[in-house]
Design a protein around this ligand. Structure first.
Ligand SMILES: [Zn+2]
Length: 435
């Protein structure tokens, strides 16, 4: 454990909070992280990191759930108004809002990557006086968007690591890559970074999250409970007709959607483990006396393993096709998000856990936890690293929070930012020592 590291982190602690609060006040949802990405790129470039952005790190065709062109252009314009650097903005294209920064120590050693996500949620933030972002003046300035999952904290930790590792450069080995990922919410972003090859040279990967059911002081080193998932949008297209005068001329899209919903919830469970399916949204029709010619469904499947989730998706497609055929309507199905199962590497998790003992702010270290949770698309990056012979771990830094994730009064214990920064910097230094 290094004294100089402790000093550097202590000096940075107030700035971590400043960065987090600035990001919190300017939340950007998936693929619109123009201000955030430009700010990250500008700062890391100034520190001497080798910075890659836009098409270099995001494969445009592999993006899922991309907003329409007008939304992207408006978000880019807003970032410009808020002072985002023009040269970096130009390189982020139409929503290629990823940043990967590399620091080469010049000494032999492995390539270690740390992945943080940057996106916010389409949630309107609480304006209640007891909500600290409101009372302390850093509540969201973007109507209908909010950092309600802690990704503002993740990005701040990434910015902090960039500073600390430059300061500690003489004690590093190998290369460090900081991966700032867009569009984690809805599990839409990681696959496009995998397709761009950003982790193909990575030997060790850490992805991280704040909170997630863990309180301040607890650190979980290998969290594998994330469910594999597919997010599916379906549009049924039928034929409108007068419901009284010529009902036989209609093709009822609403009825097809309703039949699909019933069938979807009747998919048989899987003996290999838990599965989930939810239809969260259904819209259809134009008026009381018109046979509905259009209906839309928003569906998600989940499974404890990728195979179980694939089974759910396959069966869901059969049900949808069958319902469309029964009503003589057409349909279009789009996958707008996907995450695979989570698998941390036990050896790497053990090494990480070892480095955390005795660090300030950490009093409970959990090696491995596989209780079912939501989903997380860092698993795509983790799977890629493992496929190529590397090791990966998903860490959770517990953080007290007044409300649950994705809620309008969500907030995090900001003292955890420095705890996580110190822990990650210690792990990076230790990997160097072992080389
Ligand atoms: Zn999150």
């Amino acid at each position: 454990m290094s004294d100089s590291l402790a000093k550097v982190v202590a000096a940075l602690a107030p700035r971590l909070i400043e960065w987090r609060r600035d990001l919190h006040a300017h939340p950007e949802v998936g693929w619109t992280e123009f201000r955030t990405a430009a700010l990250v790129a500008e700062r890391l470039d100034a520190l001497g990191w080798q910075v890659a952005v836009g098409a270099e790190v995001v494969d445009a065709g592999a993006r899922m759930g991309v907003p329409d062109a007008g939304t992207l252009a408006a978000a880019c314009e807003r970032a410009r108004r808020e002072g985002a650097d023009e040269a970096w903005l130009a390189r982020l294209g139409d929503g290629l809002t990823g940043v990967v920064a590399t620091l080469d120590s010049g000494r032999p050693g492995p390539t270690l990557a740390i992945r943080v996500d940057m996106d916010a949620l389409p949630v309107a933030e609480s304006e209640a006086a007891r909500h600290r972002p409101k009372s302390d003046g850093f509540v969201s300035r973007h109507a209908g968007a909010m950092h309600a999952c802690g990704h503002d904290g993740h990005t701040a930790i990434g910015l902090g690591l960039a500073e600390v590792l430059v300061a500690q450069r003489s004690s590093l080995h190998g290369r460090v890559k900081l991966v700032f990922q867009p569009a984690e919410e809805g599990v839409r972003g990681a696959a496009a970074m995998v397709a761009a090859g950003v982790v193909d040279d990575v030997d060790r990967l850490i992805a991280l999250h704040l909170g997630l059911g863990c309180d301040s002081g607890t650190v979980l080193c290998g969290c594998d409970g994330f469910l594999a998932t597919h997010k599916l949008d379906v549009v049924f297209t039928g034929q409108a007709a007068h419901a009284g005068g010529a009902p036989e001329a209609g093709r009822n899209a609403l009825l097809a959607a309703a039949q699909a919903v019933t069938g979807l919830y009747a998919i048989a469970p899987h003996s290999a483990g838990p599965a989930r399916l939810n239809v969260g949204r259904m819209t259809a029709g134009t008026g009381r006396n018109v046979i509905a010619d259009r209906a839309e469904l928003e569906i998600e499947t989940r499974g404890a393993t990728t195979a179980i989730d694939d089974y759910m998706r396959e069966r869901a497609e059969q049900v949808i096709a069958g319902a469309a055929q029964a009503q003589g309507v057409g349909y279009e199905l789009r996958c707008v998000g996907r995450a695979v199962e989570c698998a941390s590497s036990p050896g790497w998790v053990g090494e990480i856990a070892q480095r955390l003992h005795g660090l300030p702010g950490i009093d409970r270290i959990i090696d491995h936890d596989a209780r079912p949770r939501g989903s997380e698309d860092a698993t795509a990056l983790m799977a890629r690293v493992r496929e190529r012979g590397g090791e990966a771990a998903y860490m959770i830094f517990g953080a007290d929070r007044p409300a649950g994730h994705h809620q309008p009064d969500f907030d995090i214990d900001e003292s955890v930012l420095a705890v996580a920064l110190r822990a990650l910097a210690e792990i990076v230094e230790a990997v160097g020592d072992a080389a």
